[in-house]
Design a protein around this ligand. Structure first.
Ligand code: LLP
Length: 477
């Protein structure tokens, strides 16, 4: 039995230490079009932030279309074809983004009925969609099968029976992958490591349950086993984890070919190894994103070599990057509302800058202790660097965006702060806690801006309430 492997995380380095550094944009953390004008003002997609703030208000997510699209292209080139790159829509999905992904020739990974329905509403071709989820309902499976999605990734024993019934009723043979946990424990935050034994996704390779699930799928009516899937985790910098997982999955692949009989129709349908997403990006200046070209060429080589060593045909290699495409494309702009100096227990002073969003538009610091960078966006700073915490406007002391930074002491109420790398898992994990309604998402490029998703309003929230003016269609009783 392969032992569970723990891989180390790359350590953090230094934070900003001089005013000059603070006034210099860490370009690898900001989207490609970000520039600082000589006036000191930040522009995104050729649009100055003060104009964006005047037009859309704050907080606002500003997404650089060219940055997003260029990452789609890089990944498609690196993995030798857009059809192998399934953008993980959980990172960020809207009708507009689904269309960009389709136009760039990529495939799509959806993980819920809602994500699937948004993709279909955008006209995303169903035959380029892979469907995930550890607890897919009959309704979700039915929508997926009837839409004609390419692949459904089986995650439980119950789902084999459920999908078999749905597909048989629809008169369809549905192509599927089986999700496997290969026991490679990458060192990222515990909540986003997904391939060790003690977590909810997939079938265990070590216990033999993955193999049993594959054979059950091959036997079941209404479905055809096309291959294996795993996702070792997210925000991973130790690329070796992907290769190790691939090796282990190919071991299972070879055993399956044996058991199915190499010449059988079941064996010849096997053609896809999906290694999930997880490529780490830079959130802070000291980090470097994982180089996807290197990862891709290493992985492709390793898979081809491992297949050759086992005397089997090399499968197609699918991947599912989400964060590496969407994350760096977006900057959140906030307005500073209050500045407060607080004496800490060790008797130093910490400055608290409160902004007009917080844990409702970015839960990642509170949930994963995620670290972010932050710059003054409307002008150059001139003050002295002081220990600073950037906090939101929610009724919680854990409502922290940036826990511990050195920031200039001339930042005052009315200044605009820019937090980069907020394109993945921020809007998608947003809430309206304390009834702070969701910010808009604005697209920038070529000196122009437009709304992708408008700001949520209190009227939107009231429209969900059981009040006479919302009757009668939507509410029973
Ligand atoms: N494929 C599968 C099956 C996944 O579960 C995920 C992420 C991905 C692909 C995309 O991973 P990415 O390339 O984006 O790392 N909310 C967390 C991340 C949760 C990721 C869950 N699955 C965060 O904010 O860090």
């Amino acid at each position: 039995m392969d032992p569970e492997v723990h891989l180390p995380q790359v350590p953090l380095r230094q934070r900003t230490t001089t005013l000059e550094e603070f006034n210099t944009l860490p370009t690898h953390v900001f989207p490609g079009s970000a520039r600082v004008r000589t006036s000191g003002e930040l522009e995104l997609g050729g649009v100055p932030v003060t104009e964006l703030v005047e037009t859309y208000g704050t907080p606002v997510f500003v997404m650089d279309e060219a940055d997003f699209r260029s990452r789609c292209r890089r990944l498609a080139a690196a993995f030798e074809g857009g059809q192998y790159v399934h953008y993980a829509s959980k990172a960020f999905l809207s009708v507009t983004v689904a269309r960009w992904v389709a136009e760039e020739g990529l495939a799509l990974d959806v993980a819920s009925q809602g994500e699937l329905e948004i993709a279909l509403a955008a006209g995303f071709p169903a035959e380029r969609i892979t469907v995930h989820g550890n607890n897919k309902s009959v309704a979700f499976l039915t929508v997926a099968v009837q839409a004609g999605v390419e692949l459904i990734v089986i995650d439980s024993v119950e789902e084999i029976g459920r999908l078999s019934e749905v597909a048989t009723a629809a008169g369809v043979t549905q192509d599927v992958l089986v999700r496997v946990k290969p026991g490679v424990h990458v060192d990222t935050h515990e909540f986003i490591a997904t391939s060790h034994e003690d977590q909810k996704f997939g079938f265990s390779l070590a216990s033999g349950s993955a193999e049993r699930a594959c054979l059950a799928v091959a036997d079941a009516a209404g479905m055809r086993l096309r291959g294996l899937h795993c996702h070792v985790g997210s925000q991973v910098f130790e690329a070796d984890g992907f290769g190790l997982a691939a090796d282990r999955l190919l071991g299972l692949w070879a055993r399956l070919l044996d058991e199915l009989g190499e010449e059988s129709a079941d064996a010849s349908a096997l053609d896809t190894l999906d290694l999930g997403g997880g490529y780490g990006i830079a959130y802070t200046p000291d980090q470097e994103e994982l180089d996807v070209e290197t990862v891709a060429s290493d992985l492709l080589r390793r898979v081809r070599q491992a297949a050759a060593e086992r005397g089997i045909d090399s499968p197609n290699l699918n991947v599912e990057p989400g964060r590496a495409i969407a994350g760096p494309s977006t900057v959140t702009l906030y307005t500073v509302g209050t500045v407060k100096d607080v004496h800490t227990s060790d008797d130093t002073v910490r400055r608290y800058l409160s902004v007009d969003g917080g844990m409702s538009d970015n839960i990642r610091p509170a949930l994963y202790q995620a670290e972010y960078d932050c710059r003054l966006a409307n002008r150059h700073a001139t003050g002295t660097l002081v220990p600073t915490r950037v906090v939101g406007s929610h009724c919680e002391s854990g409502d922290i965006l940036i826990n511990d930074a050195l920031m200039p002491d001339d930042i005052v109420a009315g200044d605009i702060l820019a937090v980069p790398a907020t394109g993945a898992y921020c809007y998608m994990m947003s809430s309206r806690y304390n009834m702070l309604t969701r910010p808009p998402v604005v697209v920038v490029g070529d000196g122009a801006s437009r709304v992708m998703i408008r700001r949520e309003t209190v009227a939107d929230v009231l429209a969900l309430e059981n009040m006479p003016e919302n009757m009668p269609e939507n509410m029973p009783g």
